[in-house]
Design a binder for this molecule. Structure first.
Ligand code: NDP
Ligand code: 2IT
Length: 444
């Protein structure tokens, strides 16, 4: 059996009931076959793949807090410190009822290669909790965040592990987490990113993931002789990534026809109204059913459906495994040109393979959504030098990083004979730097 197949089998056997982690490992390792085959003897002796799929550390802890009725609630907290070969662990905190160890491990594993692709010195980690911020009062969210940080603060620091936002963790949560870290440790340091601008945050971090997604998509289209201006797009989600993806798409001349939340989706034939979306989601924290109050010509549909709309570009920006094989078939039947992942692993393996077979340009999340963590690393740089850069400076750096990632993934694919297979290209390009650092640092 090949080394890659042995490791995939071992991961499944050793980590039962973690299907998302299996999926992420399979996708990455399958596309690394040519690199692994070329170095098999050395990698086996070094147990390189065994080390790569085993987190350096996994922390799981109790998070008790008191709700507004005086009732004690208990959630589970996680931080998986996956790989620190190229820098301190870096990755978001997800707050969603679906969170379990397997979800955090899949996200942490992806983060290793994504962070490497940014070209910046950040290792891979991820954390979160099965706490659901939806419907909670600000005081309840604060109580949870303070309890969560009371345990987490023992394991993080500006030079060891720097968490950030993800699903359910936005500016409000980062603020409460930061305040508690400072109170417990007495340290005013860049231990979290996505901070508010008044206490060490970076301009353009809020916009970065969505903007970066569009910068990479624009470049990928350009490399293939296609102009992004004048295209139509379907976006899923209506959170941080989706909102700023829609905004940047519109600035680039793309008409975005859809967005969604976990209850339903909106079709707006005139193009999504970003100001309305921001008010509904960022200010009111309400549901998308409200969108029709702002845009009477739009449609609201319960359930799933954004991928049934005829568009040139599909940009999944909600969550994992939200674009299935039948969705991919519908997109292709409707003449889609490109799919670029704003979320982490939103496309199932079968759907990804189908899209690639059909010649659709496909940008994987670890490349396409890397603008968020890249700008987090820029926030870390600003915190270290105790300076703040302007919006335009950060945005220009972000654009440069996304264009570089795009070319690096295309070049790596080409080098190994997979021209235009950007999934393979992104995995290989991300892997090469991490492996080099792991081998140089010996058996650790
Ligand atoms: P938010 O919490 O701001 O928004 C998440 C959006 O996705 C909401 O519209 C939410 O709907 C929807 N959603 C979440 N879970 C589900 C689900 N199980 N089924 C259907 N819809 C769902 O998160 P972000 O925008 O920050 O994150 C979106 C994706 O992007 C995630 O995969 C995240 O890991 C990834 N990402 C985020 C980065 C960042 O900087 N924030 C960076 C890189 C990747 P509802 O409100 O109804 O739950
Ligand atoms: O998935 C991701 O890259 C993020 N949620 C952002 C992580 C970060 O450290 O900014």
């Amino acid at each position: 059996m090949s080394y890659v197949d042995e490791i995939i089998e071992a991961v499944v056997a050793k980590n039962p009931s973690e299907p998302e982690f299996h999926q992420a490992v399979k996708e990455v390792l399958n596309s690394l076959r040519p690199v692994v085959d070329a170095n098999e003897e050395k990698f086996r002796r070094e147990a390189l793949l065994e080390r790569l799929v085993e987190p350096e550390r996994q922390i799981k802890f109790r998070v008790p807090w008191v709700d507004d009725k005086g009732q004690v609630q208990v959630n589970t907290g996680y931080r998986v410190q996956f790989n620190s070969a190229i820098g301190p662990y870096k990755g978001g905190l997800r707050l969603h009822p679906s969170v379990n160890l397997g979800i955090i491990k899949f996200l942490g594993f992806e983060q290793i290669f994504k962070n490497s692709l940014t070209g910046l010195p950040i290792g891979g980690g991820k954390g979160g909790s099965d706490f659901d911020p939806k419907g909670k009062s600000d005081r309840e969210v604060m109580a949870f965040c303070q309890s969560f940080m009371t345990e987490l603060c023992k394991y993080i620091g500006e030079n060891t592990d720097v968490p950030a936002g993800d699903i359910g963790t936005g500016a409000r949560e980062i603020g409460y987490l930061y305040g508690q870290y400072k109170r417990l440790t007495g340290l005013y340091e860049g231990v979290l990113t996505g901070k508010g601008l008044s206490y060490g945050g970076s301009l353009a971090r809020t916009e970065a993931t969505g903007y970066g997604l569009l910068y990479l998509t624009q470049e990928m289209l350009k490399m293939n002789g296609i102009d992004i201006a004048g295209k139509t797009a379907a976006v899923s989600g209506s959170g941080n990534v989706a909102i700023y993806a829609i905004q940047k798409a519109q600035q680039l001349g793309v008409k975005v026809l859809t967005c969604s939340d976990s209850n339903g989706w909106v079709y707006d034939p005139e193009g999504i109204d970003v100001a309305a979306l921001k008010e509904i989601k960022e200010v009111k924290r309400a549901r998308l059913t409200e969108y029709r109050n702002y845009r009477p010509n739009s449609e609201y549909h319960e359930g799933r459906g954004v991928w049934s709309v005829k568009v040139d570009l599909a940009l999944p920006c909600a969550t994992q495994n939200e674009l299935h094989l039948e969705d991919a078939k519908a997109l292709v039947a409707n003449g889609v040109t490109a799919v670029a992942e704003g979320a982490n692993m939103p496309t199932t393996l079968e759907a990804t393979e189908y899209l690639q077979e059909q010649g659709i340009l496909f940008a994987p999340g670890k490349a396409a959504n890397a603008g968020g963590v890249a700008t987090s690393a820029l926030e870390m740089s600003q915190n270290s030098e105790r300076l703040s850069w302007t919006f335009d400076e950060v945005d220009a750096k972000l654009q440069g990083i996304m264009v570089n990632i795009c070319h690096n993934m295309a070049d790596a694919a080409e080098r190994y004979g997979f021209a235009k297979n950007y999934v393979a290209g992104a995995n290989i390009a991300g892997f090469e730097k991490v492996v080099d650092a792991m081998l140089a640092q010996g058996v650790v």
